[in-house]
Design a protein around this ligand. Sequence first.
Ligand code: WTA
Length: 649
Amino acid sequence: MTETTYPPSADFKAKAHIDADTYASMYKASVDDPDAFWADHAKRIDWIKPFTKVKDVNFKFGEVSIKWFEDGTLNVAANCVDRHLATRADQTAIIWEPDDPKDDALHITYRDLHEQVGRMANVLKSLGIKRGDRVVIYLPMIPEAAYAMLACARIGAIHSIVFAGFSPDALGARVNGCDAKLVITADTAPRGGRKTKLKDNVNQALLHDTDDVKCLVVRRTGDQVAWRRDLDFWWHEEAEKVSADCPPEEMNAEDPLFILYTSGSTGQPKGVVHSSGGYLVFAAMTQQYTFDYHDGDIFWCTADVGWVTGHSYIIYGPLANGATTLMFEGVPTYPDAGRFWAVCEKHRVNQFYTAPTALRALMGQGNSFVEGYDLSSLKLLGTVGEPINPEAWNWYNDVVGQGRCPIVDTWWQTETGGHLITPLPGATATKPGSATLPFFGVQPVVLETESGKEITETEASGVLAIKDSWPGQMRTVWGDHDRFQATYFQQYKGYYFSGDGCRRDADGYYWITGRVDDVINVSGHRMGTAEVESALVAHAKVAEAAVVGYPHDIKGQGIYAYVTLMTGEDPTEELRKELSDWVRHEIGPIAKPDLIQWAPGLPKTRSGKIMRRILRKIAENEFDALGDTSTLADPSVVDQLIENRMNKG
Ligand code: WTA
């Protein structure tokens, strides 16, 4: 079989930061002597007190501890803002493109950003927020989200962003989970021409809260909101009462910068904790090298700041590098499926980074939505979040990139802080569907799924784990270090276990095959099947539920729910809709099941354990691959389930 590979063009290579030889020698240096390598590259950020110790890491289950640059001190906001004032105060730091293309875009300079962050930091202080306190940010994609993140960093408060699409319940759980003192939100949020009532959601989330959590509200639309006297404050009013001058707090490299909740295979989402020093070094370095970012380029990552991609590649990475970063409030299909390309043309975007799910959706709308736009400014395209199928890759390459732009398929996770496996565009020949090779300092290994043995042959397939640490690695689960160890270091001893399966080909390229645990990837968003199940069983008419993923043309994976009703409940179409809406209400629109199948019985072992493997196969329409069903307590339920498979095709 011949594979098409796409080597970097001579032109791109000539201008790139890293070519193939540099990649090889730097990669070798990074694993031969990580201390020397990272001591050198950590100089890309400004330290208040330089570190003397680079790395102190133990991956041994029971003793897991990860520290980088541990005696150094810095301030992340000063690195992302203040230090650029001398050379680029008048350069645009953030281009803000609003939901409605008829409204004006904003160009926020580094000088403006400095002023706004300082003001927001002083407002936080005036509301009683101190170093180490937690602040939940529940904002749409507006500049104030950037100000809020950097203001927290400036005073040493720890932010936890909750995606604005999450429900009041999900928000409330995250506020309580980290004992936040303050929530920063907006009145209402326009998106795709519709509005989300964010402040009302906050009110609901905090309704039963006894700790008097305060709320700082950004006026985005001017819509009416219910006000909690003594606890709610308008950002625009408070901002007038304070000065813009707020000296940055001197933080330790290992002080947490933020918490970000993410889904796992069991239980409720966990709070991933990222550090200040190591995280910033890694986010900045990957942003520069993976996207081959050069001074003056316009960089656009279409993610939401509610996900890790937004943290690392809209805010911290680009701003630490003094880049111009674009922040987009809207959606790819509003007012029509040409919006991404209209924005690329309007702002002369140079690097564009999005998710395969968006590409598949846009590809389905036809090329006419792309072809009318001048995309000559584009130099590079990127993808993240899920495996990209060759059709989408080719469309991206041919229609959007017009064959001129390298594509970087970046594999990483909330836990990793930044890219771990990715092409470097001036160095790596790409293959559609492969995330290719490790970034500097990253040592991927393929383990045999059952035995956990490291496969030393180049060609391998199994689970993906990482040997040794990198500076951007998460440090712990907020408030639960045992869970951190159990999730990532217990099953495969001595490694960080990613939860993904993968294949390594004869050239040493990595191909991510998807999650091997009970996490599914819906439109590039991570969802724990256990979360959806617990939402379903919280409904009075549901006795039992099992949720699995199934292949979905646009979303990558869809959510397939098997539901057993309480005795006497009728399995009607109305109830199906009611349950779907219920999950949407409990968690948020992204968790809404695509298909619900009534399951009078679920396949269980004699000890009562649900055999998800079988449910997955039925949902995937692979009835011939069910495997051994003889150990089931009642094998006949399988035939029933197959008989009633939704949309059997
Ligand atoms: C998946 C997003 C294939 C993977 C940054 C991972 C990918 C999970 C890729 C993390 C890719 C991410 N190719 N799969 N390029 N990038 N994934 O935490 O399953 O939201 O474990 O972080 O997304 O999702 P998360």
